[in-house]
Design a protein around this ligand. Structure first.
Ligand SMILES: Nc1ncnc2c1ncn2[C@@H]1O[C@H](COP(=O)(O)OP(=O)(O)OP(=O)(O)O)[C@@H](O)[C@H]1O
Ligand SMILES: O=P(O)(O)OC[C@H]1O[C@H](OP(=O)(O)OP(=O)(O)O)[C@H](O)[C@@H]1O
Length: 437
């Protein structure tokens, strides 16, 4: 293994110096990139092995197009004509399930007539086709304009778009797929005392012949990161999974991969280091800018998605709590709640009369009022205790589906990004403050 890998790495290194000095920069497709730092190779013999010296995208349509047509291929690609708007969703893996769950929770269930088909519908949004694709392909097809909207992780988006101005992030926090992209460094051996990025960079071990070997699926992000932090001798290796095993096998020095609980790193005797957390990631909603500007119906769909996602993600954090409170007047009950900790709700309680015509109620000293407040899920028990202390009874607790604001700030921001007038496209008042309880 060592021998085979040694051959791959050294051939990568020698090809690097050859390629960088001999080939014209434009033909390599990355003229502005510094010449000295990172080479890409692969642990497996895949098409990306062919291109060393740092390539903009791994084994993608972009590569194929730019290899064949040269720089600017993305701009000159013409998507096939079509009559429907399209949204791309991840077809497999954890993102797929979480995306479907979010849509379902927002009453936008996806109807897929046949599990082997890649096209589906959301009956609530009739003009929109849903296409299931690998997350990486969702990003590529968005860039090409073959789909108009998509849901992917920030990690994939950053890796495959390279700041493409044709793509617009419409919602950057869908609340699932939370993880971060980080360096994983062995806990033992020559890395035992390495706790920061600077220490890693300054290790005397890294030379043109023995570069730091980083195995990762994120070559573009890695290339930018190591260049920015002054690493001089780095080789980027590829693998399709189980990256965490590579250092123990001796096939890489460190890894760059996604971390959420940290268990996989720990179980493989790896750890994070200071400065090695490159990117925070979660699910995001992305759209093709040209599609948004060309199709007002798409803008309406995005508006609805942002409102539903925002409304639902906010509602998920709260319960609606209704308690019957003894009091002399609605104002007096409101005063009680507004001065008690944790019972203010989002904007203040709603107080309503409780109509009880029983003889007991007629003779009672106090009238009952129903107070409705939103309470953070984490603070529910404390709130119930506080209500009981104030004489609250019959406390009803309900989950909520949506808390709709008057106009989500994300929508206003998107319109500004697109240079569109909020007066023409908004809900009409431009006020982002919710009037919830
Ligand atoms: N441990 C994790 N915790 C949370 N989210 C994660 C985690 N690992 C990956 N993700 C998110 O899920 C996305 C897809 O990862 P997943 O491992 O499910 O698919 P994949 O195996 O990368 O897909 P493919 O087979 O298309 O390469 C990632 O891009 C990231 O945004
Ligand atoms: O910090 P943790 O919670 O342990 O999660 C991290 C792991 O999750 C992802 O792999 P995944 O489980 O998706 O399997 P994969 O390697 O097949 O993509 C990632 O590639 C890490 O290996």
């Amino acid at each position: 293994m060592q021998t085979v890998l040694g051959r791959q790495v050294s051939s990568a290194t020698s090809f690097r110096s050859q390629a960088l000095s001999a080939a014209p920069a434009v033909a390599r497709g990355h003229a502005a990139r510094p010449r000295h730092l990172v080479v890409s190779a692969s642990l497996t013999r895949r098409p990306e092995d062919e291109v060393l010296g740092g390539k903009p995208l791994m084994n993608s349509m972009d590569d194929e197009a730019s290899n064949a047509l040269g720089a600017g291929a993305v701009q000159s690609y013409k998507p096939a004509p079509r009559s429907s708007l399209r949204m791309g969703l991840p077809s497999k893996g954890r993102m797929a399930e979480d995306t479907m769950d979010l849509l379902k929770d927002c009453a936008l269930s996806v109807y897929k007539p046949n599990p082997r088909q890649y096209v589906a519908k959301i009956p609530q949004i009739p003009g929109l086709e849903v296409w299931f694709q690998r997350a990486s392909d969702v990003v590529r097809k968005l860039r090409y304009g073959d789909i108009d909207l998509g849901i992917v992780g920030t990690d994939m988006f950053q890796e495959l778009t390279d700041g493409d101005p044709d793509l617009v992030v419409c919602h950057e926090a869908l609340g699932f797929g939370q993880c971060h992209l980080a360096l994983g460094v062995p806990m033992t051996g020559k890395f035992a005392d390495i706790t920061s990025l600077e220490q890693l960079r300054d290790m005397p071990d890294w030379t043109p012949d023995t570069p730091l070997r980083v195995v990762t699926g994120y070559h573009n992000i890695a290339r930018r990161f190591f260049a920015k932090h002054g690493f001089k001798h780095v080789v980027l290796l590829s693998a399709d999974g189980a990256l965490e095993a590579a250092p123990a096998m001796g096939s890489a020095d460190i890894i760059l991969d996604l971390v959420s609980t940290g268990v996989t790193l720990r179980e493989n005797n790896l750890r994070e280091i200071e400065g090695g957390n490159i990117l925070e990631s979660q699910g995001i909603l992305v759209a093709n800018r040209k599609s948004l500007l060309a199709h007002p119906e798409l803008l309406e769909i995005v508006h609805e998605l942002i409102e539903r996602f925002d409304g639902h993600l906010k509602a998920e954090q709260f319960y609606s709590v209704i308690a019957n409170m003894r009091g002399d007047s609605p104002e007096q009950v409101a005063d009680l709640l507004l001065t008690a900790p944790g019972l203010q709700g989002l904007q203040g309680p709603t107080i309503a009369n409780v109509y009880n015509r029983s003889p007991e109620a007629k003779n009672a000293q106090h009238h009952f009022y129903a107070a409705t407040i939103c309470v953070r899920k984490k603070q529910l028990y404390a709130a119930v205790k506080a209500l009981q202390k104030l004489g609250g009874s019959g406390v009803l607790v309900q989950p909520m589906t949506y808390i709709f604001d008057e106009e989500p700030a994300r929508w206003t921001k998107l319109l500004a990004t697109l240079g569109l007038d909020p007066a023409q496209y908004g809900n009409g008042n431009g006020n982002g403050n919710g009037a919830a309880h």
